[in-house]
Each structure stands twice: as structure tokens, then as C-alpha cells.
Design a protein around this ligand. Structure first.
Ligand code: SF4
Length: 623
């Protein structure tokens, strides 16, 4: 049965895309908030009024003065959006999934970190971890599982602390806690313990960061006088073809990060968002602190409210956490895990493992996307966002039209903000942009508009990366990123834009040749925005740089992505022979090395399959 979207309060899908409809959504939210918490509603309206009148304010403590208000709104945002989309029960289940994991982080913080990790090594002398594990499992009544263990620890602590409980029971609880403590210490401190619980979160403790040795599991040896680096075999991850290689963390992992965060916004010290500064000089100016590699620790370039979204996530307010991110980073489907980490570099934890913010961010998005109508919820938050004090709904039509040249991350993000500021946008890209189903996008091949269907299950938008046809939208995120990142997110971003009436997308138009500034002005555009930086080819000034068999790495990667040569059904002729020597050690070099290895196998298999098909057909006929 096809799911029907029945929005609350008489709203229709098209209302979520019109100025009047979005104003109605916002008014309904405020009216309902007034009924449930009049004082909070009043604070929200006052904060909006101030935000409209002034630039974002810093409180006396240096904290953003509106953070408390925004986090207090979290439960109301969740409740409202759930009711709007008719997913009250689904969201309650998701919140419960968050809450259920609470004991894990409580035990990790209070028991593992504060007690077990501090146990003197002498306490572990002669410790029999196998026997301890058997004893714990017999108490749990099941094979060891972190959450069950954490719950048991909390239960034993309660009994031990209960002065009214039976003395024998308290003594038994005390003994179990002592055993659990030593087991935790072993799991944290010993190589074997860490290996036994690798992949879990309970015993994973932050490590000291050595800037000169960031790859902790790299191994080094000498081979004929050459220093060779390999990886700890235990850490090797085998790769099969061109399917997605990294699914990112799950809810457990994301909450582990959000709980590791100490929510520095409360002290105005959320350097992940605002950057880390040196002490001000005589002029009062403070320079950015620099990493040991000389990189400015400026934090998230979007000043995303990371600390605040972490707090909401730990409270189980999944939609509000996403709304918090979306205020400053509406295109988060194209950021986060595997894309950016400036925030992490500027995290307050400079000497130990920083909070893995990108993982938490991307999981926060996925948790909402995986709800019924999840894509529509994310999409709505990019146009109506009650936590956006300055611009909760798009501004009225300004009458300006802007041409954005380049549909990579800069171009599509700019297009979004221009539309929310009230401007009309035409986005062009030199690549051919493959059409999207009009029932999904609301746009026919000739550019005319038709009603579109809401997306009930986001998975219907996804394709296996190994079979996915390059769609032409997304610039460097499409042709420059390997299958470490889920490129299906580009379809989400594209839908966020193309469904809007203020936006048109045209592929196969190269700015500077097909169209130039004069053409753009003659066509009636008021502004032209150039967002084409990353596509510039790199030509190295070295002798024989273009000799047969020599390729620049970026050219190789682009050719591999753009031609789709790795797809089974692609006829693209892209030949690669091993061994390949990659010169360089940066991201592009590493990508080139991994993609060469993956592509070589696919190429040989494709060649063999073709040979066998042709041989079966023609050799049989040869006398
Ligand atoms: S991510 Fe790091 S800097 Fe940011 S709020 Fe959390 S602990 Fe503080």
C-alpha cells in the first residue's frame, strides 16, 4: 500500500513550499507554543524581534545569548513536527531508542572512566579476564553485551547503596561491582581487552593525540633501505568493488560522541564552532591558534551550533537536534562524516581524541531521514526553521535574479541561501545534468513544473553506489569524492533546491564559453555568482608530465568518476595497469592508490566477462 501524507492542521504538501503556507506553519507553531508555554513563546518572539533588528549577539559570558532559549524549544519542535507529519508514535520510538542507551554513557562516564580507568595496574595482577567474563555473563544470563552490562552495573550500584536492602544482597552486589570494575579496567588498559571489545563504545577511551603520529595503527619497517609503512593487519578493511565503503556510525556511536562532548556553549567556549584564539594582543585583537601543522584552528566555517545540537541529541530530541544544525548548515547532507572536520580540529580537546562531530552530525541527519517522511521533514527544516531566529521562513520575493555558475557545494549552498533571502536563482553547470523523475522533482525535462509526490521512505531515493549513474549535480562532491561517501546525499540536496519555484537548474552550460557575463546581464540576471573553483585542472610543470602511462591523480579520479568506468554495464574504455606508482601522500594520492587497486580488479573481471561472451559467440563458429 502506498503511504499517503496527511499533514495536520489542514496543510497540504504544496503549502510547505509556498510563502503563505510556511507562514501558516510558523504561526501554528507559535500559537501552539503559546498554549503550552506562554513565557517561552514570548521569549522566542522577543528573540526574533531582536535578531531582526541586530546582528547575532554575544552574551556577557561570551556564550550565545540565545542558546538556552533554542535548546528549551527542542521538545516543542519535536512534538510539533511529529504531529504535523503524523509520526508521533515513530518519533516516540526513536526517542526511546535514544533513552534506552543512557545507561551505557552513564556507566562509561561514572564507572569506567572515573573508577576503572584509574585502577592501579597492581590491582590487575593475576586477573583472569576469561573467568571474570564467564562470571559476568552468568550474572547477565546472556553473552556479554555492553548495554546489558551497563544496566547490571547500575542495578548493582543501586542495591549496594540501598541501606534498607538485605545485607547479604548488598554484599553480593558489592562483590559483583568489584569484579565488574576489574573487568572494565582490563578491557580499557590491556591490548587483549581493547581487541576483545573493539567496535564497542563502553570501553573506548580518548587517547593522547600525537600530532606526528596521527595514524596510530600504521606500522613501519625497512625494506632494502626504504622506509615502508603498512597497516596493522587487525585494522585492515577489505574492499569489494565500488559499493559504499563506510556506512558511518550508528545511533550508539553518535550518542557516544555527543555524550563525550562537554557542551561548551554553556561557558561560551565552544571552540568547535567559534574557533580557538590566542590571548588578545595589545590592540585587543586575538589571532587564531594554530595546529602543529600551522593550520588556523578557526572551527566550523559555518559556525554551526554543534554543542547545542549535541545536547539536544543526548536528550533524545532527534528532530530538534537536526533543526539546530540546519540553522547554520542547511545543506548538511553534503557535509559531516567523510567531508569536513575543521570543527574537530578546533575541539576543546586538543591533547586527546577530539569529539567526532562529523559522525554525530551525519547520524543526526540519518536518524530523521529514516523516519517516515524523513526527507520531507529535513526538507521543511531548510525552509521553515523555528530555531532560526533571524529567518524562520524565507523572505518575500525580492525581484532579484541571480545566476549561480557551478553546482558544487559552494554553488548549491549559495543557491539555497539566496532563495531563502527572497531571490530567484538559476544554477548552471558545465556537466550534463541527468534528469530526475518529475514525480519526485516536480520539474519536467523542458523545465515546466508539475506536482510532485512526497517521499515516504528515503531509501527509495538511494541507489547502490556501484551501479549509480553519475548525475552531474554536485561538482567536486560528485566527481572528486570516492565511494567512502554516500553520494546518494547529492540527490537529496538537489531535491531540496529543484522543488522550489524560485530555482531552475540547467546542465551543459559552461560559464565563460556557452554563456558569459554580458549574456547573463542581457538575459536579465541582476547578479552572477561564480562557484566554479574546484573544477580547475591541475597541470604539473614537470618534464614528460603527459607521457604515456603518466596521469595526474586528480585527472585519473575525475575520469574514473565521470565515465563510470567501474560500473559493470559501462563501456567506458579506461585502461589501468599495475603496478601504479603514486607520487604524493595527500588525500588525492591516497584516493588514487585505493581506487587504482579497486578498479584494476573490476577492469580485469570486465575484460574477462567480455572475452568469454565474445568467445562463446564467435569462436564456436570458427572452424
Ligand atoms: S565538540 Fe568539543 S569544543 Fe565543541 S562543545 Fe563539544 S567538547 Fe566543546
Amino acid at each position: 500500500m502506498t503511504a499517503e501524507l496527511a499533514l495536520a492542521w489542514g496543510l497540504r504538501l504544496e503549502d510547505l513550499y509556498s510563502s503563505e503556507g510556511l507562514a501558516h506553519v510558523d504561526a501554528t507553531f507559535v500559537a501552539r507554543l503559546r498554549r503550552s508555554d506562554a513565557a517561552l513563546a514570548q521569549r522566542l518572539l522577543e528573540a526574533r524581534r531582536q535578531a531582526a533588528a541586530e546582528p547575532p549577539a554575544e552574551g556577557a559570558s561570551g556564550a550565545r545569548s540565545d542558546a538556552a532559549l533554542l535548546t528549551e524549544l527542542g521538545p516543542h519542535v519535536d512534538a510539533f513536527v511529529a504531529r504535523l507529519f503524523g509520526i508521533v508514535d515513530d518519533l516516540a520510538t526513536l526517542r526511546e531508542a535514544h533513552r534506552t542507551l543512557d545507561p551505557l554513557y552513564e556507566v562509561k562516564r561514572q564507572f569506567v572512566k572515573r573508577q576503572a580507568a584509574k585502577l592501579p595496574p597492581a590491582e590487575l595482577a593475576g586477573f583472569d579476564a576469561g573467568a571474570a567474563l564467564r562470571e559476568i555473563e552468568s550474572r547477565l544470563g546472556r553473552p556479554f553485551e555492553e548495554l546489558a552490562f551497563a544496566r547490571a552495573v547500575l542495578a548493582w550500584q543501586r542495591i549496594e547503596a540501598d541501606e534498607t536492602a538485605d545485607a547479604g544482597e548488598r554484599e553480593a552486589a558489592r562483590a559483583r561491582l568489584a569484579l565488574a570494575l576489574r573487568y572494565c579496567a582490563w578491557a580499557v588498559a590491556s591490548e587483549e581487552g581493547r581487541r576483545r571489545h573493539a567496535g564497542g563504545v563502553l570501553f573506548r577511551q580518548p587517547a593522547k593525540v600525537d600530532p606526528q603520529r596521527l595514524l596510530g595503527h600504521a606500522r613501519e619497517h625497512d625494506e632494502h633501505g626504504v622506509r615502508v609503512f603498512t597497516i596493522d593487519p587487525q585494522r585492515l578493511r577489505r574492499r569489494e568493488g565500488f559499493a559504499l565503503t563506510d556506512d558511518g556510525t550508528d545511533l550508539r556511536g553518535a550518542l557516544d560522541e555527543a555524550n563525550y562532548c562537554i557542551w561548551c556553549h554553556e561557558q561560551g567556549k565552544d571552540s568547535c564552532s567559534k574557533g580557538l584564539k590566542e590571548k588578545p594582543g595589545p590592540t585587543g585583537e586575538a589571532a587564531w591558534k594554530r595546529s602543529p601543522f600551522g593550520v588556523n584552528l578557526a572551527g566550523c566555517p559555518l559556525e554551526e551550533r554543534i554543542s547545542e545540537f549535541h545536547l539536544l541529541k543526548t536528550q533524545g530530541h532527534a528532530i530538534a537536534a537536526l533543526a539546530m544544525i540546519t540553522v547554520d548548515n542547511p545543506m548538511l547532507a553534503a557535509t559531516g562524516h567523510r567531508i569536513c572536520n575543521d570543527c574537530m580540529k578546533a575541539c576543546i580537546y586538543q591533547k586527546q581524541t577530539p569529539v567526532d562531530i562529523p559522525q554525530a552530525e551525519t547520524r543526526t541527519l540519518k536518524d530523521v531521514l529514516e523516519l517516515p517522511w524523513g526527507f520531507e521533514i529535513y526538507s521543511l527544516l531548510t525552509r521553515w526553521n523555528p530555531l532560526n531566529l533571524r529567518r524562520p521562513v524565507p523572505r518575500p520575493d525580492s525581484g532579484y535574479r541571480v545566476l549561480v555558475a557551478g553546482m558544487g557545494p559552494a554553488g548549491f549552498t549559495l543557491a539555497h541561501h539566496l532563495m531563502n533571502e527572497g531571490h530567484g536563482v538559476v544554477g548552471i553547470d558545465g556537466l550534463k545534468i541527468e534528469p530526475l523523475d518529475e514525480a519526485l522533482s516536480g520539474v519536467r525535462a523542458d523545465g515546466s513544473r508539475v506536482p510532485f509526490e512526497p517521499v515516504h521512505d528515503v531509501r527509495t531515493l538511494y541507489e547502490p553506489l556501484g551501479e549509480r549513474v553519475m548525475a552531474g549535480f554536485g561538482g567536486v562532491a560528485e566527481y572528486g569524492i570516492t565511494v567512502r561517501w554516500n553520494k546518494n546525499f547529492l540527490k537529496l540536496v538537489r531535491l531540496l533546491l529543484v522543488r522550489r519555484e524560485r530555482f531552475s537548474l540547467v546542465g551543459g552550460v559552461r560559464f565563460g564559453s556557452t554563456l558569459d557575463v554580458d549574456d547573463a546581464l542581457a538575459l536579465g540576471f541582476d547578479h552572477v555568482a561564480l562557484a566554479m573553483g574546484a573544477g580547475r585542472p591541475t597541470t604539473l610543470d614537470i618534464p614528460n608530465g603527459l607521457a604515456r602511462g603518466v596521469r595526474t591523480a586528480s585527472d585519473f579520479l575525475m575520469a574514473l568518476q565521470l565515465t563510470g568506468a567501474a560500473r559493470v554495464d559501462s563501456l567506458a574504455n579506461m585502461q589501468l595497469r599495475l603496478p601504479v606508482v603514486v607520487i604524493g601522500g595527500g588525500l588525492t594520492a591516497i584516493d588514487t592508490a585505493t581506487e587504482s587497486l579497486a578498479y584494476y580488479t573490476v577492469q580485469v573481471e570486465k575484460f574477462l566477462a567480455r572475452h568469454e561472451a565474445l568467445a562463446a559467440r564467435y569462436l564456436a563458429e570458427t572452424p
